[in-house]
Design a protein around this ligand. Structure first.
Ligand code: SPV
Ligand code: MG
Length: 534
């Protein structure tokens, strides 16, 4: 099996430099080890068990260990050496464990010459029974015969732990080396490194040696280097570090019944997200998910009175006219809500108090009677987000229309009704559009050339329905355009067509989404009566 991480571990073990690997016990701690700069990870049996709240006595099964190792291996690119205890059974179990580890790109396994179920070396070590050399070398041979060519099998000599002397340690190390072990891990529970020194001096670099200086921690690392040790394992320090801060944090919060004292001493939530790779997912979602209405907000322009409707709009603005039992604006809000758009704001002006009952945020255009839509939109500029739907408050429409906009690939998109080419010169101002192509079912890549009420009839491809969508760069372009237009002397009288034409003139694309019907704008009494049956 191709296992580049195993190859890397082999290089680390066989190189003449002293290397360091650090304990991890789950995906997150594995990532932390990698980010700290370590060359490899020690899948500590003690810490894997402890993180599960159980003892280091093979209380978690090897398949549970495997699952944790899978998450550790998935999230990292440096090699993992698993502390495989005694191999979780006989040679045959060990072979199966190795097969499964290799499938997960784990780089190697360390097995110790004790009996299953094992006990941690620092608990009653003297009472611990060792496996026979014959049995243990059989395991090593089986492992090496079975594993891929780079997978590392480290043989751990527990002779010192079990109270035997240097002679037994060497005898065993020699046999394990001959059986094919890639390295010997010589373990000691003494607080000074005398076992390690005597072993290394006698061993004479016969094969790479790995040590675990948990108990002889005060020994300068230079000593290990001079002895010719190949790899040092810092075997439990992340778990111990985490334990202490977890205990302190829990006690502090329990005692103080608030979070103030701990907040500065613990990682921010954002750091969890970073380690989990939240950014990558956000980027991937942009590429692979359909556009989500839930992330889109809506801004409704509803400042004007709609005086063309005469008496009807004397006391209420056009957007609040009752249609089929509820205000027109409520229809719009309901449709947007149905699509999953919750974040909706209204720019109100004429009789603004009539909007109160709608329970949505407002922006006020108090100059409504002397200004047009672009001025209103500019007042609501802060509401233009990464993905925003902007629409007039006097239109009724079916849900599929804004959905078409959400699905449009354009950064700025507008909806154009291609059947409305003929509503010319009835006296009402209309946003006619000239596009890069007329409507054609088979060709959806269409862009706006120009918008205006007075376009020559032969250039008109349809009418803008009063709904647009901006996203990403499109949002920035819109905000930038509003800023530039706001500096013009005639800013207050600019219409949306002026805004669109300015954007197009500046070389930006405005995507056109064609449709036919299923919407209604209330521009006169006739429209209003149609609304009752829409
Ligand atoms: C482990 O980390 O689980 C080890 C090292 O095996 S020790 O705890 O020192 O035995
Ligand atoms: Mg262990």
């Amino acid at each position: 099996m191709n296992n580049p991480k195993a190859k890397k571990l082999k290089e680390i073990i066989t190189s003449s430099n002293l290397s360091f690997i650090m304990e991890a016990h789950d995906g997150l701690s594995a990532k932390i080890v990698q980010e700290a700069g370590f060359e490899g990870i020690w899948g500590s049996g003690l810490c894997l068990s402890a993180a599960w709240g159980v003892r280091d006595n093979n209380e978690i099964s090897w398949t549970q260990v495997l699952e944790i190792l899978e998450s550790m291996s998935d999230i990292t690119s440096i090699p993992i050496l698993l502390d495989g205890d005694t191999g979780y059974g006989d040679f045959n179990t060990l072979r199966r464990v190795i097969k499964k580890l290799e499938q997960r790109q784990v780089a190697g396994i360390c097995i110790e010459d004790k009996l299953f179920p094992k006990t941690n070396s620092f608990i009653d070590g003297d009472k611990q029974e060792l496996a026979t050399i014959e049995e243990f070398t059989g395991k090593i041979r089986a492992a090496k015969d079975f594993c891929g060519q780079d997978f590392c099998v480290v043989a751990r000599v527990e002779a010192f732990i079990a109270g035997w002397g240097l002679g037994e340690a060497l005898r065993r190390a020699e046999a394990y080396h001959k059986a094919g072990a890639d390295a010997i891990l010589i373990h000691s529970k003494k607080s000074q490194p005398e076992d390690i020194i005597s072993f290394m001096q006698a061993w004479k670099k016969t094969s790479p040696v790995i040590i675990v200086p948990t108990k002889y921690y005060s020994t300068p690392t230079k000593v290990f280097e001079d002895l010719g040790v190949s790899v040092v394992i810092w075997a439990n320090h992340l778990l111990r570090g985490a334990l202490k801060i977890m205990q302190e944090t829990a006690k502090c919060i329990f005692r103080e019944k608030n979070l103030l004292s701990v907040e500065d001493r613990i990682a921010p939530v954002g750091e969890i997200f970073r380690l989990q790779g939240a950014d990558e997912l956000r980027e991937a979602e942009k590429r692979y998910l359909p556009r989500k209405a839930a992330l889109t907000n809506a801004l409704i322009l509803a400042a004007s009175q709609g005086e063309e409707l005469g008496n009807l709009t004397k006391d209420i603005p056009k957007a609040m006219l009752p249609v089929q039992g509820k205000p027109l604006m409520q229809h719009i809000i309901d449709t947007l809500n149905e699509m999953g758009i919750k974040n909706i704001s209204v720019i109100r002006g004429y009789r603004k108090e009539t909007f109160e009952g709608l329970n949505i945020p407002y922006v006020d255009n108090d100059e409504y009677d002397s200004t047009k839509e672009v001025f209103s939109l500019n007042l609501g500029k802060e509401k233009i987000q990464e993905s925003s739907l902007i629409l007039f408050g006097d239109i009724l429409f079916k849900k599929h229309i804004p959905l078409l906009l959400l699905e449009s690939p354009g950064e700025i998109s507008i909806v154009v009704d291609y059947t409305r080419k003929d509503r010319l010169s009835d006296g009402t101002y209309r946003d006619f559009v000239a596009c890069s192509k007329p409507y054609n079912y088979f060709d959806s890549e269409v862009f706006l050339n120009e918008m205006g009420n007075d376009l020559p009839p032969d250039r008109i491809n349809g009418e803008w329905i009063g709904m647009m969508m901006v996203r990403n760069d499109g949002s920035k372009i819109l905000q930038q355009t509003l800023e530039e237009l706001a500096a013009l002397p005639d800013f207050k009288s600019l219409r949306m067509k002026d805004l669109f034409n300015y954007i197009v003139k500046n070389g930006h694309n405005i995507r056109v989404v064609y449709l036919s019907g299923h919407w209604l704008d209330i521009d006169n009494l006739d429209d209003f009566s149609k609304a009752s049956i829409f």
